[in-house]
Write a protein that binds this ligand. Structure first.
Ligand SMILES: NC(=O)c1ccc[n+]([C@@H]2O[C@H](COP(=O)([O-])OP(=O)(O)OC[C@H]3O[C@@H](n4cnc5c(N)ncnc54)[C@H](O)[C@@H]3O)[C@@H](O)[C@H]2O)c1
Length: 251
């Protein structure tokens, strides 16, 4: 997949799936605006990306509408446009319903859902001009329900249906799709799935839960994101692509 001459904004790209996605777009010839919550985290990421001369920093918190507007504006100022927006930034909270107070709920929903909506809203004029595309990073937790993560599941389920609503509203100018990864070995997953604080044990346990007997990699998610953003997926719009080793297939 080639993205020569294309401008891409990836939110939450200082590590994990977002960073792998930024790297994949750079490898494919794009210029990439790298977002992360802090300037320091973005600069560290930029220093470790290959081809970073084609990457620009766009730090800022996407959990507020204003933050989203500032992040998108930084990308526009430095790249001159946005052909592809990847709404990847997100947070997880393991909490029972009893432990999910308003602060936990807002923490999760603001980063995962509000950020996705308001980054898209801010980038919309540029995306329309570019006849561009949006890829949202939802989750298997947007397709299945899980205990002790109701705010996260609600946020990702909402991202799945937001994707469909935006795909219909923006057609035919801008395509909108999302990926729904199962467990992917990142800092988030290691912390989220730890068993009694043991992260390796948690990851090992996750592997047994998937039909393919392993979990996924950030690079695998990045390839799917590039496909959905590419012209190869020109007739793909409003889909939620499960990539979870068959976890939502049945059985
Ligand atoms: N790792 C998994 O198992 C998994 C599975 C399904 C979906 N996801 C989703 O994939 C996305 C990336 O997750 P990851 O595993 O790479 O997590 P991670 O914690 O390793 O990275 C998350 C990134 O998002 C950034 N971020 C978080 N909140 C932000 C905010 N308010 N403003 C700006 N940046 C913010 C962080 O700084 C970081 O760069 C998330 O949306 C997550 O929900 C992850």
């Amino acid at each position: 997949m080639k993205f020569d001459g294309k401008s891409v904004l990836v939110t939450g790209a200082s590590r994990g799936i977002g960073k792998a996605t930024a790297q994949a777009f750079l490898d494919a010839g794009a210029r990439v605006a790298v977002n992360g919550r802090s300037e320091a985290s973005v600069n560290t990421a930029l220093a470790s990306l290959t081809g970073a001369e084609n990457a620009v920093p766009a730090p800022g918190d996407v959990a507020t509408a204003k933050g989203c507007e500032q992040v998108v504006q930084q990308a526009l100022d430095q790249l001159g446009g946005i052909d592809v927006l990847v709404n990847n930034a997100g947070v997880f909270a393991r909490a029972t319903v009893e432990d999910t107070d308003e602060a936990v709920w807002d923490y999760v929903l603001d980063a995962n859902l509000k950020g996705t909506f308001f980054c898209t809203r801010a980038a919309l004029p540029a995306l329309k001009e570019a006849r561009g595309s949006v890829v949202n990073v939802a989750s298997e937790s947007g397709l299945n329900g899980y205990a002790e993560s109701s705010a996260y599941c609600a946020s990702k389920g909402a991202v799945v249906n937001l994707t469909r609503a935006l795909a219909i509203e923006f057609a035919p100018l801008v395509r909108v799709n999302c990926v729904c990864p199962g467990a992917i070995e990142t800092d988030m997953a290691r912390a989220a799935f730890a068993l009694d604080g043991d992260q390796d044990a948690g990851i090992a346990h996750q592997k047994t839960k998937y039909p393919v007997q392993r979990i996924g990699t950030s690079e695998e998610v990045a390839v799917a994101i590039l496909y959905l953003a590419s012209d190869h997926a020109g007739f793909v719009n409003g889909v939620a692509l499960p990539m979870e080793g068959g976890a939502t297939a049945g059985g």
